[in-house]
Design a binder for this molecule. Structure first.
Ligand SMILES: Nc1ncnc2c1ncn2[C@@H]1O[C@H](COP(=O)(O)OP(=O)(O)OP(=O)(O)O)[C@@H](O)[C@H]1O
Length: 854
């Protein structure tokens, strides 16, 4: 539905015309409305609005600064108010004239004093966001800081500088101080303002206060802590009375409530997990750097040393090599035009060090976790009263249906609590399953899901949403040891399970992922979580993304890292594909890349990308024969429904082909859709995507389409999700990474040196295009004819796939080239599966032959 209206909005004129045919005056109003809407959506309107806000920010800052110097001279005039604007006899000294003087006087003198300068940042932030049409800064956060800063700043200045000629605290500051002094006295007012300053510093910097005496005790035995702590080695058992009303539970804690069914009474056990080990600042092999400005890096002795060592390996004088992109490019071009082809000479010399793809961007630093934020408290909180009430209601509801239970226990997760029930002997499981809606009704909660039975546990699970939910920050997951020490090829941190365990999986083994969810339920955040995980774990030489974004805005931020992590078609400007036609070409190009990679694997005698890359790194494969280090390629399609609706089979077929075959050659697909209906997620797509994620969907049917099971319609949104992996469905809270965090990560990468150009996919030329354009005459020589002839003669192998691989061509074009080479007498006729005979033996001979052909 949402999408329908979106696409309608995109075509205001079409919509207007239809209405026109229908009615009279009403139609005109409608038309105006539509035009206004189109105007409001026009990029230029946004830019004009952005520029206006930025100019207001500049206007205010100049008038404020000027006011500090000129207020005294202008005071009498400004005090007359706006009347002076129309009095041409009046002149003022403020740099921005009467309006500047009046604005500054209003904000500084009448309102917030010196602290009023903060208001300029608000106009700046809004202006920048409008100008770039995305959330570069958080307006809400800025507004909070500006308001609090102006109130607190004006009061503090008014308190500290009370009798000055200049009103440092402005009218508002004076008023607050006046009221504080009248209520609390001079000292009390000072204490309150001092407290505000101290509270600000504590909040901002969270200093550590430690007492030497206590430290000694910590070294010996940890002091007992309340329920929260997770400090004790032993699990604590507490009577309910002893538990605080809201008991924060440490990550990984399991809350077990044992129920005596006759006399409702329970024990709460908290089983705390080992404390979380925080991220290492330095990841293996990569030093941490501080990024100053684009292109400017702090000189780092370690990096320089590494450069020297690497240069030595390349047999290039260190001085020439250090930091010289140009040199690196030249050298690369000499060996192979591929941007990630080996810079290091890959001669089959067994004594040489293994080839390291990362050395081509040896100064590259992976992003650090301090770029990310912790959202809210990481502690899972659960109210014992809530637990008790839910438990009683579950027991009562089941009893109403004559179902008795032996035991009930609860596991508190970030968003939901899992109540596990052991039913009394003889109770049929299906009976409980059928009561799903009744239990949900009696607990008056959305998002109840019943798992009957929980696989492998012999219990029945009832998931009930928590009244207070915890956000799972991406930062925590990426800093966890499971992630930093993971041995996965493509680790992705998706979120936390119901038992608070981190859920980190390997995309390479999934091997493709289908994601669905109604609009606004967390799909975009989920895609960002996956992309950010991969950016945190991989070097640009190891991974390339192909990003398809028909909505045009969701993935655009990643365009900044085009020369680091993106792949695109040759001769394409944009690395992020938004146009359906280009999507089809890209998907077909990926199919060619897959076929080429299979040829290389076959030639190398390897079964998969891992073996192949290991062999290449051991310098057992010759780049001269087209071998190269293969990066993983991850294709992300945000909004698959749009594509299927517009291009149908043309999109479905290459996706299905890639999904069936591409795993072994390191190509993985992530396909997301808002509308998981059967005409979009067809049988053929579904059959090839064993791993599927569902955020909240709007109907049970949608849930069945995506997961082959109900439940996704019962989720509560905001990243609450079900993942079906190897036939097993788990409920997760998706990791949250906000857009400004993604911006920071992308900026961190973008400011570093990248490859000279993006990773190029093979060229794909649509047969239909060629025919339609009528620009291919078999008698006309292809523009690449001579290059192809040279390649074939140099290698003395008459193989079409050699042309495909080395010249990055599609099968059809390479085939035509081969036919033309045959016509020209350079290669012999087709010999089935064997390569054609090459009739010309040397380059000199070829040159003569070509000259003869003219
Ligand atoms: N994992 C999460 N944790 C907490 N809040 C979340 C999470 N995921 C999403 N949200 C909240 O839900 C909002 C919508 O999420 P998101 O933009 O990912 O939805 P969407 O499904 O991609 O929507 P659309 O399809 O319209 O783009 C976010 O702005 C955020 O406030």
């Amino acid at each position: 539905m949402a999408n329908k209206s979106k696409s309608k909005n995109k075509r205001p004129t079409a919509r207007t015309n239809t209405k026109k045919a229908a009615t009279g005056t009403w139609k005109v109003e409608k038309e105006e409305k539509v035009q206004l809407k189109a105007l409001a959506k026009d990029e230029r309107t946004w830019k004009i609005a952005g520029t206006t806000f930025l100019l207001v920010a500049v206007f205010l800052i100049i008038s404020f600064v000027s006011y500090f110097f000129t207020w005294k001279q202008d005071f009498t005039q400004i005090s007359r108010g706006s009347a002076i604007l129309w009095d041409f006899d009046v002149s003022v000294n403020n740099l921005l004239g009467k309006l500047g003087a009046l604005a500054a006087h209003f904000f500084i003198y009448k309102l917030f004093g010196v602290a009023a300068v903060l208001i300029c940042t608000f106009f700046f932030v809004v202006g920048v966001n409008l100008m770039w049409r995305r959330r570069v800064f958080s307006v809400w956060r800025n507004l909070k800081y500006v308001t609090l800063g102006m109130l607190a700043g004006s009061a503090i200045l008014a308190y500290l500088l009370p009798n000055e000629e200049f009103r440092y605290g402005g009218g508002v500051g004076n008023m607050i101080v006046h009221w504080l002094v009248a209520s609390l006295g001079q000292i009390g007012a000072g204490a309150v303002l001092g407290l505000i300053v101290i509270a600000y510093f504590i909040w901002q910097f969270n200093p550590v206060f430690s007492f030497p005496g206590k430290l000694k005790r910590v070294n010996g035995a940890p002091p007992p802590e309340p329920v929260t702590a997770g400090a004790g080695d032993e699990p604590e058992v507490k009577e309910p009375e002893a538990v605080e009303k809201i008991a924060p539970v440490q990550e990984g804690a399991k809350l077990i409530i044992d129920v005596d069914v006759e006399k409702p009474k329970y024990d709460i056990k908290l089983v705390n997990k080992e404390p979380e080990v925080h991220a290492k600042e330095e990841e293996e092999g990569y030093e941490r750097i501080t990024v100053l400005k684009p292109g400017i890096k702090k000189p780092d002795p370690v990096i320089e040393k590494a450069d020297a060592a690497a240069a030595q390996e390349l047999n290039i004088p260190a001085a020439e090599k250090t930091g010289s992109v140009k040199q690196e490019e030249d050298l690369k071009l000499e060996i192979n035009s591929d941007p990630i082809a080996p810079v290091q000479p890959a001669v089959a010399d067994e004594k040489k060090k293994p080839y390291e793809p990362a050395l081509n961007l040896r100064n590259y630093k992976k992003p650090t976790t301090d770029l990310l934020e912790t959202h809210g408290s990481e502690k899972v909180v659960q109210d014992p009263n809530e637990l008790e009430n839910n438990k009683n209601q579950i027991i009562q509801t089941l009893r109403n249906y004559d179902i008795e239970i032996q035991k009930i226990s609860a596991t508190v997760g970030p968003t939901v609590t899992l109540y596990e029930i052991v039913p009394a002997a003889g109770v049929r499981i299906s009976k409980i399953k059928n009561l799903e809606d009744d239990i949900a009704l009696s607990l008056s909660a959305l998002g109840i899901r019943i798992i009957a039975p929980i696989p492998g546990r012999g219990t029945i699970g009832i998931e009930v949403p928590n009244a207070r939910k915890t956000i799972v920050s991406m930062k925590t997951l990426l800093a966890s040891e499971e992630f930093t020490k993971s041995s996965h090829s493509l680790p992705i941190a998706l979120g936390k399970r119901i038992d608070n365990k981190n859920f980190i999986v390997d995309l390479a083994t999934m091997p493709h992922l289908l994601m669905a969810g109604a609009t606004g339920q967390g799909k975009s955040v989920g895609i960002n979580a996956i992309l950010v995980s991969l950016l945190y774990s991989k070097h640009p030489s190891q991974l390339k993304f192909v990003l398809v974004d028909p909505k045009k805005v969701e993935l655009s931020v990643y365009s900044q890292i085009v020369n680091h992590f993106l792949a695109r078609l040759p001769n394409e400007e944009d690395a992020i594909i938004t146009d359906t036609k280009k999507v089809i070409n890209t998907l077909n190009a990926l199919c060619i890349e897959m076929d080429n990679r299979y040829d290389l694997l076959k030639d190398a005698g390897c079964r998969n990308i891992k073996e192949y890359n290991a062999k290449f790194a051991a310098r057992k494969l010759n780049p001269e024969r087209g071998h190269m280090f293969m990066p993983f390629i991850v294709l992300v399609v945000d909004e698959f429904a749009d594509l299927i609706m517009t291009a149908g089979k043309e999109v479905e077929m290459p996706i299905a082909r890639l999904a069936q075959l591409a795993r072994a050659v390191g190509i993985h697909l992530i396909i997301a859709t808002q509308r998981p209906s059967v005409n979009i997620i067809t049988g053929i797509i579904k059959a090839n995507f064993p791993a599927r994620i569902a955020f909240k969907v709007s109907s049970k049917i949608d849930s069945r389409t995506i997961l082959d099971a109900g439940g996704a319609d019962q989720l509560i949104g905001k990243g609450d999700m079900l993942i079906s992996l190897n036939g097993e469905i788990s409920r997760l809270q998706c990791a949250f990474v906000d857009t400004p965090e993604v911006d920071k990560v992308v900026d961190f990468i973008a400011y570093q040196e990248g490859y000279p150009e993006p990773f190029l996919l093979p060229e794909y030329i649509d047969e239909k295009d060629l025919e339609a354009a009528g620009d291919f005459d078999p008698d006309d020589r292809d523009s690449l004819f001579e290059d192809a002839a040279r390649l074939i003669v140099a290698n003395q192998i008459g193989s079409t796939s050699l042309l495909q691989r080395r010249m990055k061509l599609g099968y059809n074009r390479a085939g035509r080239l081969m036919d033309q080479l045959e016509q020209a007498g350079i290669v012999g006729p087709n010999q089935g599966s064997k390569a054609r005979e090459v009739l010309i033996k040397t380059e000199a001979e070829l040159q003569q032959h070509l000259d003869m052909l003219g």
